[in-house]
Ligand binder design. Structure first.
Ligand code: ACO
Length: 329
């Protein structure tokens, strides 16, 4: 890969206006603010407006990141979009984004269905593309999970929220250096988080759709919890080891925001104080592939990252996939 310096040139985010509280979920399912808060730490989440789609949100986040980087859309050389909630099934969301953003006729592609780890997987690819010579890559994580899930299933509905966030990365001297990225997959654990109906294995039937099966997320929450803690911690240690630094050198950890208790357990496993972890799951819930870049955007906006800081990103997602990245600001 050589010694080329690959940097984070800009970060942006977009959040739908509508805020939905835990209390509001009690109108749809048998739940309570107490249960959701105690089990997940989530207090509220954003819900996309009627008519607001994945591309609208992705483009808004991309424009925010371009503004942050001081770049125009025609200065982007490649686009990767990660999402579990595509605009349509065919073609991919990236094609819509390329046109709506006003980008040149550059390569644009999507990483779909790799859940919450998708963004850091895409960052890994984008970084490699920049090493290969591509100038600037726009990476977008976007989810309209409120349209994917069943609003009648209390096991999953209350966990998620809608958001988009984006990074622009490229070669350069300015911006946070992406020191390392690591990623992995254990496909033997596909069973712990899956949407079974709708693919080639089990296409939709009218009966299943009438029973809401097309929105049924199969989730083994306890197994997911254990795998999440294990894999996020392992990925964090691996990327740090590869960079030749230690956990003590880390100024801030920006983990995937699925559940406060998972973040607390990762902190314990890594033997790091919780105050080194950026947490905003209480505000937005689990926003899937938007979660990590959204958290980094907010941490930076809140002045929590200083020049010279080492910042560790770590994530897990359905698959089971995991990934971590190390940045020096
Ligand atoms: N309100 C009230 N009760 C509920 C709700 C709800 N919203 N949801 C589930 N319950 C009930 C269940 O029906 C069950 O009741 P039962 O015991 O009578 O059958 C009980 O609560 C479940 O209790 P526990 O299993 O003890 O709940 P737990 O403490 O494990 O918390 C949770 C469940 C929050 C899902 C937890 O396991 C978890 O966070 N797991 C990880 C989930 C996750 O991160 N999902 C996102 C994956 S996507 C991604 O980020 C890759």
């Amino acid at each position: 890969m050589g010694n080329t310096r690959i940097c984070l040139l800009g970060v942006g985010a977009y959040l739908p206006e509508r805020i939905m509280t835990n209390e509001e979920w009690t109108e749809h399912v048998d739940t309570s603010d107490e249960w959701i808060t105690a089990r997940t730490g989530i207090k509220r989440r954003r819900i996309a407006a009627d008519g607001e789609g994945t591309v609208d949100m992705a483009v808004a986040a991309a424009l925010c990141a371009l503004d942050d980087a001081g770049l125009a859309p025609d200065e982007i050389d490649e686009i990767i979009v990660t999402t579990d909630t595509p605009e349509v099934y065919i073609p991919d969301t990236a094609a819509f984004v390329q046109y709506r953003l006003g980008a040149r006729e550059i390569p644009a592609y999507a990483l779909g269905s790799s859940g919450c780890a998708g963004f850091l997987q895409a960052l890994d690819i984008a970084r490699a593309r920049c090493h290969f010579g591509v100038g600037r890559v726009l990476v977008i994580g976007v989810e309209v999970l409120s349209r994917l899930i069943s609003w009648n299933d209390r096991n999953t509905s209350v966990l998620f929220g809608d958001a988009a966030a984006a990074f622009i990365i490229g070669q350069g001297k300015l911006g946070a250096e992406i020191i390392g990225v690591t990623a992995g997959t254990d496909g033997s654990r596909v069973d712990i988080l899956m949407m079974e109906v709708g693919g080639s294995r089990r296409p939709f039937t009218l009966e299943e759709a009438q029973q809401g099966e097309h929105q049924h997320v199969i989730m083994n929450g306890r197994e997911l919890f254990k795998e999440a803690v294990r894999r996020m911690s392992e990925a964090a240690c691996r990327v740090i080891e590869q960079a030749g630094v230690t956990l003590q050198d880390i100024a801030l950890v920006v983990p995937h925001q699925a559940n406060l208790r998972i973040i607390q357990a990762v902190a314990k496993k890594l033997d790091m104080p919780l105050n080194k972890f950026f947490i905003n799951v209480q505000e937005y819930g689990n926003t899937g592939s938007a979660s990590v870049p959204l958290a980094l955007w907010e941490a930076r906006k809140n002045g929590l990252i200083a020049g010279g800081d080492l910042v560790l990103l770590t994530s897990f997602g359905a698959g089971f996939h995991w990934a971590a990245a190390l940045l020096r600001f």
